[in-house]
Design a protein around this ligand. Structure first.
Ligand SMILES: NC(=O)c1ccc[n+]([C@@H]2O[C@H](COP(=O)([O-])OP(=O)(O)OC[C@H]3O[C@@H](n4cnc5c(N)ncnc54)[C@H](O)[C@@H]3O)[C@@H](O)[C@H]2O)c1
Length: 366
C-alpha cells in the first residue's frame, strides 16, 4: 500500500498502524514537500518516496492508497485513486458536500473496490466492546445517545490553525469543529443507536475571533465554529445530542459516548487522563451505580493496552479492520464512503438548521 501525505497524522497514527500489521507492506510515501516524504521514508523504512501522487497511482503493485492529506484535497485524491483501481482509506471528510461523497462511494461500488473513512474512534477497543455489548442486548431498546468530541486544542489563539479556508468570507460563520470533530462522534451515534438520523436542529458559535493561521503565518480574523451543539431524532425513535468543540478545557481526544436503553446504560470515554486513554462503564436498572467494565484482550491490537497512546492504539484497530476486509472473500466493509456520506449529510443538515434557525429533515434533497 501507499500513503499520500507525510504530515503529522500520517506519522503519528496511520503509518504506525500499517507497520504493525504483518499482512501489509507500505511501499511508497508521497508528499509534494519532498523533504517530508524523504524524512518519513527514512523514519519508517519505506522504500520509495514521491512528490507526485500520479506516479504512485501508476504503480501496479499498489493495491490500496491511504489519503492523509489536507481536507480540501481528499476528494480529488480519493477519486483519482479509485479511478486507478486502488482500494482507498481516506481521512474525513471525503468531500464537504455529501453528494460528492456519494459519487465517490458509487465509483468504488462500480469498480468493486473497498473504501474506509478515518473514523478513528469507532475502532477504539473500549468503543468496539461497547458496540458488542449493545448488539448482544446489554442496554435493551436504545432510548438516548449523548455524544461529545471536545478538548482544548485551540483554546490558545496562538496555536496555528490548520484545515481552514483563509479566503473564506469572514462575515459568515464557517463550519469547522462540527466538520473536524463532529464527524467521528456523529458516526458513533448512528452506529451505536443502530439507525440513521432523521431530523436535526443545531447551533454553532465562534468564541475566539482572531487566531494564528498556519497557511498565512499571521493572526487574522477567523470566523469559524469553534463550538456547536445539535439535537437529533433517529429513524428508530431514539433521541440524540451531540456537542463538539476545540475550545473546551480537557485532554485529547475528548470523546464521550453515552447510551441509555430499557435494560441498561453504557458510557465510553476516550480521554487520555493519568496515562490511560479509554474507559467503559455500565449500569443496570437494579444496579444504577456505574461500574468499570473491563475490555477483553481480543479487542486490542497485538501488544496494545489502554496505557498506549490513543493515536496508535485506535488506528492499529482501524488499519487491521481495513486489511482484514480487503483480504476477506465477502463484501464486509464497515465505515466506508457511504457511511461517510451519511455523516456528511448530517453535518450539512445541521449547517442548514443553524443558518435557517429551524429543524431539518433527512435525507436532504439529492
Ligand atoms: N481522524 C483523526 O482523528 C484525525 C486527526 C488528525 C488529523 N486528521 C486528518 O488527517 C488529515 C491530515 O492531517 P495532518 O494533521 O497530518 O495535516 P498536515 O498538514 O500535517 O499534513 C498533510 C500533508 O499532506 C501533504 N499533501 C498536500 N497535498 C498532497 C498531495 N496531493 N499528495 C500527497 N501529499 C499531499 C502536505 O504537503 C502535508 O505535508 C486531515 O484531513 C486531518 O483533518 C484526522
Amino acid at each position: 500500500m501507499a500513503v499520500l501525505g507525510a504530515g503529522a497524522w500520517a506519522r503519528l497514527a496511520h503509518i504506525p498502524g500499517f507497520k504493525r500489521d504483518p499482512l501489509c507492506e507500505v511501499v511508497a510515501i508521497c508528499d509534494p514537500q519532498r523533504h517530508l516524504a524523504e524524512a518519513v521514508a527514512a523514519e519508517f523504512g519505506i522504500p520509495s518516496s514521491y512528490t507526485d501522487h500520479r506516479e504512485v497511482l501508476a504503480r501496479d503493485d499498489v493495491d490500496m492508497v491511504d489519503v492523509c492529506t489536507p481536507s480540501a484535497t481528499h476528494f480529488e485524491l480519493a477519486w483519482a485513486a479509485l479511478e486507478a483501481g486502488k482500494h482507498v482509506l481516506c481521512e474525513k471528510p471525503v468531500a464537504f458536500d455529501f453528494r460528492d461523497t456519494i459519487r465517490a462511494a458509487e465509483l468504488a461500488r462500480l469498480k468493486k473496490l473497498k473504501t474506509k473513512l478515518g473514523f478513528t474512534f469507532r475502532y477504539a477497543p473500549a468503543m468496539r466492546y461497547m458496540k458488542h455489548l449493545i448488539d448482544t442486548g446489554y442496554i435493551g431498546t436504545p432510548f438516548i445517545f449523548n455524544g461529545y468530541e471536545q478538548n482544548s486544542q485551540w483554546l490558545d489563539p496562538m496555536n496555528p490553525l490548520r484545515q481552514v479556508d483563509v479566503d473564506a468570507d469572514q462575515s459568515v460563520l464557517q463550519v469547522s469543529s462540527l466538520e473536524g470533530y463532529g464527524a467521528p462522534i456523529i458516526d458513533i451515534g448512528a452506529w451505536a443507536i443502530g439507525a440513521d438520523y432523521k431530523e436535526v436542529v443545531g447551533t454553532m458559535r465562534n468564541f475566539i475571533p482572531e487566531r494564528m493561521v498556519r497557511a498565512t503565518g499571521r493572526v487574522m480574523r477567523m470566523n469559524i465554529d469553534d463550538g456547536d451543539i445539535f439535537l437529533g431524532e433517529f429513524a428508530n425513535g431514539a433521541l440524540g445530542s451531540i456537542q463538539t468543540s476545540f475550545v473546551t478545557v480537557g485532554n485529547y481526544p475528548g470523546i464521550e459516548a453515552r447510551i441509555y436503553g430499557s435494560e441498561g446504560a453504557l458510557i465510553c470515554r476516550l480521554v487520555e487522563e493519568f496515562g490511560i486513554c479509554e474507559s467503559l462503564k455500565g449500569a443496570r436498572p437494579n444496579d444504577v451505580e456505574f461500574k468499570e467494565i473491563p475490555v477483553p484482550p481480543e479487542f486490542y491490537p497485538s501488544g496494545g493496552s489502554k496505557a498506549e497512546s490513543w493515536r496508535t492504539l485506535f488506528y492499529a484497530n482501524l488499519t487491521a479492520s481495513f486489511i482484514g476486509e480487503l483480504l476477506a472473500d465477502d463484501d464486509r466493509n464497515e465505515g466506508d464512503f457511504m457511511d461517510g456520506a451519511r455523516v456528511q449529510e448530517v453535518i450539512n443538515a445541521v449547517e442548514h438548521s443553524f443558518r435557517e434557525r429551524r429543524w431539518v429533515t433527512l435525507p436532504l434533497p439529492r
